[in-house]
Design a protein around this ligand. Structure first.
Ligand code: NAP
Length: 283
């Protein structure tokens, strides 16, 4: 069986390494490839999945919203978010494609399962209002967070994101961040601030706003250590990058496609090796 990812760009995607390691560890006759699909062609790519009989499809930027129109049915999370990152064949009905989003569940798997931080009853701050922030905000609310404050540059986007958390959600701008952090247990960076060399903390956050009893999650995984994670650890806070989320969202794809538990250790080792190869391409 062949599974694939569609995206643009897709050259440096870790997905082939993660999924092929999973298939190999499971001993199943599956292979995973990356297709460079330009923006606007998600519908055609989903049709190609039907024609080629692909066993599963991962969907990444810029296709997550457009791919919704290509599937026959959406899972519960994709219905609320309006985006998909996973396409699979329905078990109960032949020839029916189902779109779902595993990003938020992957985040909770990593936070709760790997790090032992249960968001139930906790007060959370999410920085950013894009696709990752929306997945995480919904997942935190579904996991029982008592509050999710979304901080964004655009008030309307912050509000729309916060609405995903229902009564637990609220929106704020950068001027409210100190107060929001003072009341929070969990801080999630869902902006790309920290990826580029020379980046500092998101939203001009002051390092002293981080307390030792905060849990800080940065969704960035390359670099593995962002300025936010380093400041948080320097202040004694528990802090984790986005690699666990990446591995778990892929693990959930493996499970839905093959019906087998994801071999997370093999996937994690493959992700670390692929990241090292990207960082030192000549070695
Ligand atoms: P996105 O849809 O482009 O959203 C980015 C968000 O960050 C937007 O709200 C944007 O605000 C905000 N932002 C960008 N630059 C900013 C700045 N200088 N100051 C404050 N806010 C800023 O991207 P995404 O897909 O949500 O991804 C966000 C981050 O999460 C990326 O670093 C990505 O690598 C990471 N991610 C990780 C995983 C994982 O599995 N670990 C999965 C998905 C994403 P505006 O709308 O105002 O521009």
């Amino acid at each position: 069986m062949v599974a694939a990812v569609i995206g643009d760009p897709v050259t440096h995607s870790l997905s082939p390494a993660l999924h092929n390691a999973a298939f190999s560890a499971l001993g199943v006759d599956w292979v995973y490839v990356a297709f460079h699909v330009p923006g606007g062609s998600a519908g055609a790519a989903v049709e190609a999945m039907r024609a080629l009989g692909l066993g599963g499809l991962s969907v990444t930027m810029p296709h997550k919203a457009d791919a919704v129109g290509g599937v026959d049915r959406l899972g519960p999370v994709a219905t609320r978010l309006g985006v998909v990152n996973t396409i699979s064949w329905a078990r109960s009905k032949d020839q029916e494609l189902v779109g779902e989003s595993t990003d938020g569940a992957g985040f909770i798997d990593a936070l709760k399962g790997d790090e032992g931080f249960d968001p139930s009853g906790r007060r959370c701050v999410v920085l950013g209002t894009g696709g990752a922030a929306r997945s995480v905000t919904l997942a935190l609310a579904d996991a029982g967070a008592s509050s999710v404050a979304v901080v964004g540059r655009k008030a309307s986007a912050a509000q729309a994101c916060a609405e995903l958390a229902g009564v637990a959600g609220s929106s704020a701008d950068a001027s409210d961040l100190a107060e929001a952090m003072a009341e929070a247990d969990l801080l999630v960076n869902a902006t790309p601030v920290g990826m580029a060399s020379g980046d500092r903390l998101p939203f001009a956050m002051k390092p002293e706003w981080v307390r030792s009893d905060h849990f800080v999650a940065d969704l960035i995984y390359a670099p593995a250590r962002t300025p936010l994670l380093m400041e948080a650890r320097a202040r004694g806070a528990a802090a984790v990058n986005g690699l666990g989320m990446l591995i778990h969202q892929a693990g959930r794809q493996v499970e839905v496609w093959t019906g087998r538990p994801a071999p997370l250790e093999a996937m994690s080792a493959a992700a670390l090796a692929a990241l090292a190869a990207l960082a030192h391409p000549s070695e």
